[in-house]
Design a protein around this ligand. Structure first.
Ligand code: SPV
Ligand code: MN
Length: 628
């Protein structure tokens, strides 16, 4: 079809105003993509969003008018429900479309490309009848910079389009300036048939397929943000492939700006869901630059990073005035926020762990909710889902970092990896160098799934907290990571944190929730070479005297030596067991770089030698070597 013929197909579905907005984009790839989406999904009309305030207001209005969102009492606040079987990312139905002559390792969920395309095409066919297809253009990373990736999404969900306004940077203008040479990411989403409550009906036909040969993501019969907002983890999978081809990193990172005297030190951090990522990024008195995704590039020998997004799609459970004062304040003040899968009663949102009593009944993702409600299988329905979330623009936060849109990004002083480790790692430590840090804290990142219920001692490895999204063989990913650091002139420090360490003999956590602020300040001072650290077999740990001062300065708290000794005791058996599990994990894979096994073997030797000298459980004062 010629451009004119395609525009003719589109014209019948576009108002004059929308037709003009689309005509301003001359890039043939875009018109082609939209035409194909329209022919497949058969929307009744098309809305082209040009990022103007009128268009953004229209999207908000339509989200309410269609009932995908409903208003709450506080101005600007709305809520949205996903269906009971659509409350999280769905690993089982998220697959790569792999051409017959290509190979992805079996650990990556996949389907033969032609077969997968046939399946998802059938599910998408006619899926937008009687609905409007909304077209959003945006940029991943700050616009007009070395980091920028242009993206577009066609969706039939006003909730998704509204979320995009809060989470991503506008890209319409950039798209009007493209000439067809650039690489784009595309996503096509349909919530499918909707119930009266505006919830996807055909959840058993939920599919999220990633066609990396075309930089395209398809998502159908789902509404949950992580499955439907194509630029979160779906485009991340495409970005990881691009980054690997081009020698940079696309990561599951938050970024915090830590005030250190008159200076600001930027630290990135990777944590699996529910392990303290957002609460680290939102520490009071510091600033947040990114909550979930970052691109890193070597610019002039320095590791510079940008936030891929410009908003937060954060977990709301346990956000309360004590533990997360900044987020709590935002969530209870006027401003544009979408709550999802919370409990609503009399126009007020409620969630588990919010620090106040919840009403005995209300409306939630299961419909009418009351204390004692059980689902079809007889399991209790919680008042709010544990993955209930809030969506808010970073600019709405008083602690939003001033470099959010800096085109050159910020220089990273350090990278933090943290999992849920009840037994092994000390609360904070620093790698001896890039390779040691990224292997022993990043590539060895584990999350323990026990939590008093499931099988005891079940450890799940989640490399760099990005394992679900790695779209190339793990070995390739690690090689790229190692090389990235080796090519830098100034290498960020690498830290491992563990907010979940328990007492050796009881179930008691050894740290308070706010202690992480002390660790973050310590890391910033290490980056700035202000403090010495003690060399142990697993990394460099803080000196007691330094932490004592920091606990006083940051939390106005006394920090007894007995606490330090318990927290920073090197637990040899637990650390050796961890190395065994991690080694086993990598031994079963192909193409893993030799550095992984070397770092693990060296760590093992250091632990065994220390054990011979000092025993199983080693008090930190046994280690005498200090380094700056
Ligand atoms: C996560 O689960 O890591 C998230 C939310 O950030 S989602 O968008 O679902 O990936
Ligand atoms: Mn995430």
């Amino acid at each position: 079809m010629s451009r004119e013929e395609k525009l003719k197909v589109l014209k019948s579905k576009l108002s004059l105003n929308n037709y003009q907005k689309l005509s301003a984009i001359s890039n043939p790839k875009i018109i082609d993509y939209i035409t194909k989406a329209v022919i497949l999904c058969e929307p009744e009309s098309i809305f082209i969003c040009d990022d103007s305030s009128q268009d953004l207001a229209y999207i908000r209005e339509m989200a309410l008018k269609t009932g995908e969102e409903k208003p709450l009492n506080i101005p600007g606040h709305t809520y949205h429900f996903d269906g009971p079987k659509d409350q999280a990312r769905d690993r089982k139905v998220t697959k790569f479309l792999v051409p017959k002559d290509d190979y992805l390792p079996p650990s990556l969920n996949q389907i033969e490309r032609e077969e997968g395309l046939r399946e998802i095409t059938e599910f998408l066919r006619g899926s937008m009848r009687d609905k409007t297809m909304i077209v959003r253009f945006l940029t991943l990373g700050s616009a007009d910079s070395e980091f920028t990736i242009l993206c577009m999404e066609c969706t039939d969900s006003w909730y998704v389009a509204h979320s995009v306004s809060l989470l991503y940077r506008p890209g319409y203008k950039a798209f009007t300036q493209t000439n067809g040479e650039e690489e784009f990411f595309y996503t096509l989403h349909s919530a499918g048939r909707l119930s009266q409550d505006m919830v996807s009906i055909d959840v058993e036909k939920k599919r999220i397929y990633i066609d990396y040969t075309q930089n395209t993501v398809y998502s159908v019969n789902t509404q949950y943000g992580g499955n439907s907002i194509g630029f979160k983890k779906l485009a991340l999978r495409l970005a990881i492939r691009k980054a690997h081809r081009e020698g940079w990193l696309a990561e599951h990172f938050m970024i915090i700006g830590v005030n250190n005297g008159s200076e600001k030190i930027y630290l990135a951090g990777a944590f699996p869901s529910g392990c303290g990522k957002t609460s680290t990024a939102m520490l009071p008195g510091e600033s947040i630059l990114a909550d979930d995704l970052a691109y890193l590039r070597n610019i002039g020998g320095r590791a510079r990073a940008v936030n891929v997004e410009c908003g937060i799609f954060g977990i709301i459970q346990n956000v309360n005035p004590q533990d997360d004062p900044l987020i709590y304040k935002v969530l209870t003040s006027p401003g544009e926020i979408i709550f999802s899968n919370i409990l609503v009663s009399n126009g007020e949102p409620y969630w588990i762990g919010m620090g106040k009593e919840l009403p005995s009944h209300g409306i939630n993702y299961s419909g009418n909710w009351y204390i004692g409600k059980v689902d079809e299988e007889g399991n209790p329905v919680p008042p709010s889902h544990k993955n209930a979330r809030y969506t808010v623009a970073l600019k709405a936060l008083e602690n939003c970092d001033e470099n959010l849109d800096n085109r050159k990004g910020v220089e990273l002083g350090g990278i933090i990896f943290g999992g849920r480790d009840y037994q092994g790692y000390v609360p904070v430590q620093e790698g001896f160098d890039w390779v040691h840090g990224i292997i022993s804290y990043g590539a060895s990142l584990e999350t323990e799934t026990t939590f008093a219920v499931l099988e005891e001692g079940k450890f799940e490895i989640n490399i760099m907290s990005i394992q679900d999204f790695i779209s190339i063989p793990l070995g390739e990913y690690l090689k790229n990571y190692i090389k990235f650091g080796k090519d830098l002139k100034k290498v960020p420090k690498v830290f491992g944190v563990n907010y979940f360490l328990k007492d050796l003999h009881s179930e008691e956590f050894l740290n308070g929730k706010l202690d992480k602020h002390v660790w973050v300040k310590w890391m910033a001072k290490r980056v700035n070479k202000e403090l010495k650290a003690i060399k142990t077999p697993t990394g460099l740990i803080p000196k007691y005297e330094d932490l004592k001062i920091l606990f006083r300065e940051v939390l106005n708290k006394d920090y007894p030596l007995s606490d330090y000794n318990k927290q920073f005791m090197i637990r040899v058996p637990e650390n050796l067991a961890k190395i065994k599990r991690v080694r086993k994990f990598y031994e079963d894979l192909e193409g893993i770089p030799y550095e992984v096994f070397k770092v693990l073997a060296e760590q093992e030797t250091r632990l065994i030698e220390a054990e011979e000298s000092f025993g199983n459980y080693i008090n930190p004062d046994c280690f005498k070597e200090e380094v700056l």
